[in-house]
Design a protein. Structure first.
Length: 319
């Protein structure tokens, strides 16, 4: 294996920071292909707004992946959060309650997911897929399959449509959430316990870590962040659709898998996920500017997931 003078493997450097380098290359490519439209301050601000939803929901997925599980219900939970919040706002409830209540319900739903997984040893794939199906049906029951848009109060649109000093409030929320959960995962015992469980669940249990409880909290926080994503989407659009958040599911895990090849090799991490979401958002934005058909974005996202997984497999093999 080729090494640098400092003894650090070139291969390890590529595996650890290759995603960041790829992101920079993508930026340079789009800048060269469309400098007037892509490489502008306005477009950078627009990208920050566009990726805010993906970053927040992907951070929730990262928490669950940190304990070695997956939550396939995040898209349905996001849709539920948006629909529930919009209907509460239309019904005349205080805006703060319309935001908080769906997040609280989603926290409980996530905790139930975790409880089923840990208490009955059911695979998280099966549990969360079933929960997502249940919520999908509930979303259609709440809306009758129609978009909620009539009589949405102006206060409900504030977070999604307002800018501070020319920067979308959504971008500030995204950064706040990322910094908060980076601190939780890097500097609090809860975060260290999640990583310990994901690394070796049996050893964590022997060491006195409450494995089931911490897993349940990871699922609960994942649900809460998914609901927050749906609420912010509804606030941005001024409407909520019963399947509005479903399209975020694959992109969220693509961002999280990409994040596992950034900064911490093979480990789900907050800033890695942030970078992964940014790459996906930049790709979508650049392809739109170049007038590439929309369906190609889904094709590329799927390819990104496969590539990220292969990078992890190849990295482990070389280790």
């Amino acid at each position: 294996m080729v090494e640098t003078r400092s003894g650090i493997s070139y291969v390890r450097l590529i595996r650890t920071y290759g995603t960041v380098a790829a992101g920079l290359l993508i930026i340079l490519a789009f800048s060269a292909l469309s400098p007037e439209s892509f490489m502008t301050i306005d477009n950078a601000i627009n990208i920050s707004r566009q990726i805010s939803f993906l970053v927040i929901i992907a951070l929730g997925a990262t928490l669950v992946m940190a304990v070695g599980e997956f939550d396939l219900s995040v898209g349905a939970v996001a849709s539920f959060g948006g629909v529930f919040a919009a209907q509460m706002a239309v019904a005349g409830y205080p805006i703060w309650l319309a935001f908080v209540a769906p997040m609280a319900v989603a926290f409980v739903i996530g905790f139930i997911n975790g409880w089923i997984v840990t208490r009955f040893r059911v695979l998280s794939f099966i549990t969360t897929l079933a929960m997502g199906t249940i919520l999908g049906g509930l979303n259609f029951r709440l809306t009758g399959g129609a978009t909620v848009f009539e009589n949405i109060p102006d206060g409900f649109r504030y977070l999604g449509q307002t800018e501070w000093a020319g920067i979308p409030v959504l971008s500030f929320i995204m950064i706040l959430v990322a910094v908060l959960f980076w601190y939780v995962m890097s500097h609090m015992s809860f975060g260290r316990k999640l990583y310990a469980i994901g690394g070796n669940e049996s050893a964590s249990r022997v060491a006195g870590v409450r494995v089931a409880w911490n897993k349940n909290l990871a699922f609960a926080l994942c649900g809460m962040l998914a609901a927050l994503t749906g609420i912010l989407m509804a606030s941005r659009l001024g409407s909520a659709h019963p399947t509005g958040g479903d399209g975020l599911f694959l992109s969220a895990y693509a961002a999280a898998f990409l994040g596992m090849t950034s900064f911490k090799e093979g480990v789900p991490n907050i800033w890695g996920t942030f970078v992964g979401a940014a790459i996906i958002g930049i790709l979508a934005n650049g392809l739109t500017i170049l007038q590439v058909p929309t369906f190609m974005q889904d094709v590329i996202t799927g390819c990104i997931v496969i590539a990220a997984v292969l990078m992890q497999k190849l990295g482990r093999g070389k280790s």
